[in-house]
Design a protein around this ligand. Structure first.
Ligand code: MG
Ligand code: MG
Length: 238
């Protein structure tokens, strides 16, 4: 959070720690998982794992989970999310669902209905990678997103490419005007941070803050290590 200069939450990212190949990038296995239909059980595992992890972290931190178009097309998504919240005890207001514009491209009405149901539970909804897809402003009008995440491709060039700067400025203004959080993705340098802040972004994420880390390392590095736990494994105040 650029106003408070405090951590507001974390985005759950998947990695495959393969016994022979080491860390396999999601770019290598997600398309395959989608092709063979494994994306649904894997996506469900991700949601449950993210909620269970975040439930043990301080209550002001939210966790963001990326949900694909295929998951949105499956009828069980709402039940999976509700089940993960119930099993973990995570407050729905601490869960943020990230969708890209491609999710709204097909079956827009059915998707909006699910988004409204999620929102009614208190779950936050973010528009991810904004600017790279169709960037339809009608999407922003069709649903009250809590957050717009400005794609890294614009943030990357914000200090030396005037058109990238103008796009970051315009999208941040749009988000602020609509009462949405404006998050800059992929911030890597202090110069980029200064520029996106002065252009109206209200949150940042990226390597300047930290590279993606396993949950245990996040606890060590940012959450003061593993404190005392109650019977369900939640950190309790010392
Ligand atoms: Mg994302
Ligand atoms: Mg993104």
């Amino acid at each position: 959070n650029l106003a408070s200069n405090e951590i507001s939450g974390f985005e759950a990212l998947i990695r495959w720690n393969h016994p022979l190949r080491g860390m396999v990038s999601p770019a290598a296995f997600i398309p395959l998982a989608e092709e063979i239909g494994f994306i649904l059980p894997m996506g469900e595992w991700v949601i449950r794992q993210a909620c269970a992890t975040a439930a043990q972290w301080p209550a002001h931190l939210h966790v963001a989970v990326n949900i694909s178009a295929i998951q949105f097309r499956s009828p069980g998504l709402l039940q999976v999310i509700v089940g993960a919240l119930a099993a973990s005890g995570l407050a729905p207001t601490r869960l943020e669902i990230e969708i890209t514009e491609s999710v709204l491209l097909h079956n827009k009405e059915a998707t909006l209905a699910v988004l409204h149901q999620l929102r009614a539970l208190g779950i936050r909804i973010a528009m991810d990678d904004f600017g790279t897809g169709y960037s339809s402003l009608a999407y922003l009008q069709s649903f009250p997103f809590d957050k717009i995440k400005i794609d890294r491709s614009f943030v990357k060039n914000v200090t030396d490419n005037p058109s990238s700067l103008n796009i970051v400025r315009a999208v941040a203004a749009l988000a602020n005007g609509m009462g949405m959080t404006a998050t800059a993705e992929g911030v890597e340098t202090a110069e980029q941070l200064e520029r996106i802040t002065s252009e109206g972004c209200t949150e940042m994420q990226g390597y300047l803050f930290s590279r993606p880390l396993p949950a245990a390392e996040i606890e060590q590095k940012f959450l003061g290590g593993r404190g005392p736990r109650d019977v369900s494994g939640r950190i309790v105040a010392a």
